[in-house]
Design a protein around this ligand. Structure first.
Ligand SMILES: [Zn+2]
Length: 65
C-alpha cells in the first residue's frame, strides 16, 4: 500500500513540474538594463524578455509558440 501511494505522489509531482509555464525557460537577469528598480530578465532558450519585482524570475514564458 505504501508503495502505491509513493508512486502516485511521484507522478503528481512530475505532472506539476511538466505543466509549469517556465519548464523550458532559462531566465537570466540582465543587470545592464535600467528598469527603475525592477529586475530585467531574458530567457536564453526562447529569447523572451520580462521585468519583475527585484530578484525574482518570471513565472511564465512570454515567447510565441
Ligand atoms: Zn523562454
Amino acid at each position: 500500500m505504501l508503495l502505491i501511494v509513493t508512486v502516485i505522489v511521484v507522478f503528481i509531482v512530475l505532472a506539476l513540474l511538466n505543466t509549469s509555464g517556465t519548464a523550458a525557460c532559462r531566465w537570466r537577469e540582465d543587470r545592464t538594463v535600467d528598469t527603475e528598480g525592477l529586475s530585467y530578465w531574458r530567457c536564453h532558450v526562447c529569447g523572451a524578455t520580462e521585468k519583475t519585482a527585484k530578484g525574482r524570475p518570471p513565472n511564465v514564458c512570454r515567447a510565441p509558440r
